[in-house]
Design a protein around this ligand. Structure first.
Ligand SMILES: NC(=O)N[C@@H](O)C(=O)O
Ligand code: NI
Length: 162
């Protein structure tokens, strides 16, 4: 599978794209100095969880990459915002039954785009490209198992057309 460009419309079934886009609700603050891109993602820690902020430092993945498993967080959302400026891959499938190869969507995210996976949305763990990459990660801390993993019946090779 070749990655498609990440857009808020294409990603809508899986969550939100976090970017300073004119399509977002934005307005000027701080006496004209600053533009606020407002309320970009539905952060969900559930009724008994707490929202936490972490940094993931990901090693670059080699392409083409074999997707052999997917995971989901049934108790909360998970957001990744790149802070190193490089691109990364986002592999997702709709929340619900464990995905098959035919359910996957693969997106190429720019270094100025973040993503928020909605609660229960299947995704592959971090897929940094080009170099060691840091990401601000906003997700849930709390009781209960919050990471289900599934092995795909068939491996899916993903790549990028650049
Ligand atoms: N396990 C963990 O914290 N990371 C994954 O959830 C991921 O999506 O990278
Ligand atoms: Ni995750």
């Amino acid at each position: 599978m070749v990655a498609e460009p990440l857009t808020r419309e294409a990603f809508a079934p899986f969550g939100e794209v976090i970017e300073a886009s004119d399509a977002a609700h934005h307005f000027t603050i701080n006496g004209g100095n600053t533009e606020r891109y407002h309320d970009l993602a539905k952060i969900d820690a559930g009724p008994d969880g707490r929202v936490i902020v972490s940094i993931f430092r990901g090693q670059p993945r080699a392409l083409p990459f074999p997707v052999e498993m997917m995971e989901r967080h049934p108790l909360g959302s998970q957001a990744f915002v790149p802070t190193s400026g490089g691109p990364y891959l986002v592999v997702v499938a709709p929340a619900g039954d464990p995905p098959g190869a035919e359910d996957l969507r693969v997106f190429l995210a720019r270094g100025d785009q973040g993503v928020n996976y909605g609660r229960g949305v299947w995704h592959h763990p971090l897929l940094a490209l080009d170099g060691v990459s840091d990401f601000l990660v906003i997700d849930r801390k709390g009781e209960g198992p919050n990471c289900d993993e599934v092995t795909l019946a068939e491996t899916v090779l993903i790549d990028v057309n650049r």
